[in-house]
Design a protein around this ligand. Structure first.
Ligand SMILES: Nc1ncnc2c1ncn2[C@@H]1O[C@H](COP(=O)(O)OP(=O)(O)OP(=O)(O)O)[C@@H](O)[C@H]1O
Ligand SMILES: [Mg+2]
Length: 158
């Protein structure tokens, strides 16, 4: 499940976090992945450093075991796992569609009931578009008082 939106600050990260916790509270096994490589924010919700090892490290070198970088941050949600995005890479678009994320998702699907992806804004960068094919569904955020109505037309083109 990809959580995305058109522009910055529409609630992608908060919603991805809350959705993942909601599924975990039903005892579903959940992996929350930070896929906004250019503007990572998930770490702030779990009091982790921005450069904590994460997805980028696996995208650069798929021989790394991404499971070793999975964080468990909620004692009351033992089925909740988080993979942060990792250090800011020089080439986010190339990395995110180099095929290694597909491998990771394939592996994760065998273990998790739900995989939630916190993603980049679709109007600003092509990163999220390049991973649509990985998702069964997308939660698309718009924010009252912030998102301009004209921007919403863009949803037809994604
Ligand atoms: N439904 C909401 N009600 C109140 N505050 C919210 C809501 N959704 C998000 N926020 C707040 O708005 C700010 C932006 O939210 P968030 O970081 O989730 O957006 P984002 O779409 O991920 O932004 P970015 O594109 O910059 O990553 C945060 O401070 C968040 O706590
Ligand atoms: Mg965000």
């Amino acid at each position: 499940m990809i959580v995305s939106s058109s522009i910055k600050g529409e609630g992608k990260t908060l919603t991805a976090m809350n959705l993942s916790l909601a599924f975990a509270s039903l005892n579903k096994k959940v992996l929350l992945i930070g896929c906004d490589l250019r503007n990572p924010q998930l770490h702030k919700h779990i009091d982790e450093d921005k450069n904590t090892v994460g997805l980028v490290n696996f995208l650069v070198d798929p021989t790394i075991n991404w499971r070793d970088s999975v964080l468990k941050k909620f004692d009351n949600h033992p089925t909740h796992d988080i993979l942060l995005s990792g250090s800011l890479p020089p080439n986010p678009l190339n990395l995110i569609n180099n095929g290694n994320l597909d491998i990771l998702i394939d592996q994760a699907k065998k273990v998790y009931d739900y995989i939630i992806i916190d993603s980049a804004p679709t109007l600003l960068v092509a990163d999220t578009k390049s991973i649509y094919h990985l998702a069964d569904t997308m939660v698309y955020m718009s924010r009252a008082g912030v998102t301009e109505k004209e921007i919403l037309n863009h949803i037809d083109n994604i």
